[in-house]
Write a protein that binds this ligand. Sequence first.
Ligand code: NAD
Ligand code: DAU
Length: 353
Amino acid sequence: MEYKQRIIITGGAGFIGSNLLLYLVPKYSDTLFINIDCLTYAGNLSNLKAIESADNYVFERINICDYTALEDCFNRHQPTGLIHLAAESHVDRSITGPTAFIETNIIGTFNLLELSRRIMEKRRADVPFRFHHVSTDEVFGSLGETGYFTEETPYNPNSPYSASKASSDHLVRSYHKTYGLDVVTTNCSNNYGPYQFPEKLIPLMIRNARNGIALPVYGDGRHVRDWLYVEDHCRAIDLVFHDGRAGETYNIGGHNEVENIELVRLICKSMDELLGEGTRSELITYVNDRPGHDRRYAIDATKIKHELGWTPSVTFEEGILRTIKWYLENEEWLENCISGQYQEYYEEMYDKR
Ligand code: NAD
Ligand code: DAU
């Protein structure tokens, strides 16, 4: 079939990538989606069961650090656009092992930009190619008690993860300014929802609370994150990819600041109510803080609201309850993520904390 567009999604087997593909593939039947993912510990094809046999979806197991394999894939599919999500995404892992973050987040992004530039240069001007870079609010560093990150906030990353994402953001901007590549970048706050790997705060706490394991809260637990339900992020990516202005960056956030300790207590209370036994907050254990731990993130999402009409649609109360129920109902999915490798990671990260 002749598709109107052929869009590469990198990292489509991860948390946000899976939710994005589950949203886009049924919505745009005239578009072929090519999921490029090398399936690290965080990639899980079982997330994509609902679309795996859709005519307009294909999976390519490729590491974005492998330029030759990527080039072959670009040659075969002749993409008209790319939404780049593939990354090493966990801050704690970037502290104990930064190398993969430098390779995937910087070199991998560079490879994709180079191939996109070549495609653009070979094409006629009337055949567009857009590169959408999915990034994070962590590039801005930490806020004090007040204020918000805007698109003009200076970059000030504090972890190897956020520094690698900041580097990739700069590379993306440079390909627009230098070569005229059509790029858009989105910087989003903390996502939560189905299919998130249980190293991240919310699924980790749900799993531990269900299994009666200690709930490790870093430092004094007063760090603040601005939580956004993953489907709202996916809607924002769809809007920016299709209608955002070339060369622009857009901040995306939930206007939903919550202290970590408050969030963990809410998870405990909701699970006590849902499961009807025990007082899970007794499992809360304060542990040594994360080195370089950013105190507070909060997004000013005025630009995307004014230009593209995007606002979050899922309230935190609704989203967190949906999320807790999803993990409780999908125990098999959760336990299948937990390989021997996860146990080793968990021991290294938490046992002597
Ligand atoms: P994730 O860790 O759940 O998934 C990452 C995916 O990328 C996995 O499927 C993995 O297999 C794949 N991948 C990793 N290295 C690769 C490589 N070298 N080649 C090919 N594939 C590779 O991450 P996520 O939470 O879904 O985040 C997706 C993107 O969104 C990342 O770029 C992240 O920086 C950004 N982001 C995440 C959040 C959040 O709260 N999770 C918020 C803002 C931005
Ligand atoms: O802000 C966007 C970022 O959000 C994304 O760019 C990252 O990819 C994503 O991982 C996330 O980063 P955080 O470091 O904010 O998420 P994490 O779930 O690791 O931690 C959330 C907060 O909870 C943070 O303040 C650290 C704290 N925490 C985390 C874990 C895993 C704990 O107190 N205990 C824990 O066991």
